[in-house]
Design a binder for this molecule. Structure first.
Ligand code: FAD
Ligand code: UDP
Length: 378
């Protein structure tokens, strides 16, 4: 009956469903949650504020093709993300930049450090903290150690349960030191949030006569891998299987569990028009949560109340919480590679997405990858 079965109705699964359905294929999407859109899922809360249930999601890309593709399914609210980090009790601009320098140091020291930065780096350059720490210049070394201690070390330990030098350098490089004065969190050309939310965007993607959606169903209830074959509803399935869940689960964890990092997402609605100085405020050095998001500052809403989200990192425990982040250590990657090699035996199965490929994909990365896979399959 179906040409393609897709496990997971997040962005990866939904983009593939949309592309392949348009090419005439019959698609079944199986999703274990009671809703579509994966971790991008958003909904109106009781105060009429659009909240992101699985953490703040800000769309950003430099790729005009991805922007155009998504624009078929949504109108946009242009939105430049801003983040502050609390340093010694004061919220200051993040990424750390030349404005931040002036907020945390007295003018004469800020002048000296700014001169050191500008004589060593081109204006506008983005320098990862772990690279800046390798500086031999005394002023730059002092600055790097300060920023490392005040912004990165304790936040990273909270977020990952590991110090920055124990995880891939690419993780902290996502938030580089900016040799410039732009307080925007991202530097991409296109930055926005879908006007009516991500759930609506994905709903529009899946709205096609060739797509059938089965919610509240874990693929393990209806599908198994046996020998080199996929069995679906107890029969051999000869079509294409696209899997966007955790790869260890697909193989009954035969090589052990892949480590992921989870988060306890705690929402609070307050009787106040506004709560904080920026849409997201990070707390590197105090509290058990990493950051607070105020959703009204992302999706402007007329309400006398405001809803905030505190994110408390925790270990992932299967069945107890959500696998939000693959762990970016060499050991975890090596464990993943065993599953990946096992998957290669299944000629009609493709793993796509943040969970299945065990990558730190942002939304635009996932869409790019899903579009590439779709192009190869039509
Ligand atoms: P998912 O969204 O995880 O979708 C996978 C789906 O598969 C889920 O719905 C899951 O329930 C389902 N599934 C899994 N296993 C099974 C199974 N066995 N049977 C049935 N269904 C199954 N990106 C940005 O670009 N900007 C941001 O600001 C941003 N913020 C983020 C904040 C947080 C806290 C997190 C965790 C991620 C953030 N991201 C952000 C990344 C973004 O969420 C991902 O890039 C994107 O959602 C990945 O899509 P996906 O389809 O690969 O995975
Ligand atoms: N990071 C940090 N302090 C901050 C912000 C980020 O140490 O105030 C580090 C931390 O290791 C984090 C990584 O940079 O996990 C990436 O941050 P990003 O904001 O991209 O994380 P995400 O939004 O994906 O959770």
């Amino acid at each position: 009956m179906f040409d393609v079965v897709i496990i997971g109705a997040g962005l990866a699964g939904s983009v593939l469903a949309e592309r392949l359905a348009k090419s005439g294929k019959k698609i079944l999407v199986i999703e274990r949650r009671k809703h579509i859109a994966g971790n991008c899922y958003d909904e109106l809360d009781l105060s009429g504020i659009l909240i992101h249930k699985y953490g703040p999601h800000l769309f950003h890309t430099d790729d005009a093709k991805i922007w155009e593709y998504l624009s078929q399914f949504t109108e946009w609210t242009l939105y430049r993300h801003r983040v502050k980090a609390v340093v010694d009790g004061k919220p200051v601009p993040l990424p750390f930049n030349l404005n931040t320098l002036r907020e945390v140091f007295p003018p004469s020291l800020a002048d000296k450090l700014e001169a050191a930065l500008l004589s060593n780096f081109e204006y506008g350059k983005r320098v990862p903290i772990l690279e800046l720490r390798k500086s031999t210049d005394a002023d730059l070394k002092f600055l790097a150690d300060y920023v490392y201690e005040k912004i990165f070390l304790h936040y990273t330990e909270k977020q990952w349960g590991l110090p920055p030098d124990k995880i891939s350098e690419a993780v902290t490089a996502r938030v580089p030191i900016l040799i410039g004065r732009d307080d925007g969190y991202f530097s991409d050309r296109f930055q926005a949030v879908p006007k009516f939310g991500y759930t609506k965007l994905v709903e529009n993607m899946l709205d096609h006569k060739n797509i059938k959606l089965l919610l509240n169903t874990d693929s393990r209830e209806v599908m198994e891998l046996s020998g080199e074959y996929v069995r679906l509803f107890r029969k051999r399935f000869k079509g294409r299987l696209i899997y966007t869940g955790q790869l260890d689960e697909l193989f009954d964890k035969k090589f052990g569990e892949l480590p992921y990092r989870s988060m306890d997402m705690k929402f609070e609605t307050l009787d106040a028009e506004k709560f904080q100085a920026a849409p997201v405020v990070n707390y590197p050095n105090a509290y058990d949560f990493t950051r607070i998001t105020e959703f009204k500052q992302i999706h402007p809403t007329h309400s006398t109340r405001t809803t905030i989200l505190k994110e408390y990192p925790q270990a992932y425990v299967a069945g107890m919480n959500e696998p939000y982040y693959p762990l970016f250590t060499d050991e975890a990657r090596a464990a993943y590679e065993k599953y990946s090699a096992e998957l290669a035996a299944f000629k009609n199965v493709t793993a796509v997405g943040r969970l299945a490929e065990y990558r730190y994909y942002d939304m635009d990365d996932v869409i790019k990858r899903a579009l590439e896979v779709a192009a190869a399959l039509v």
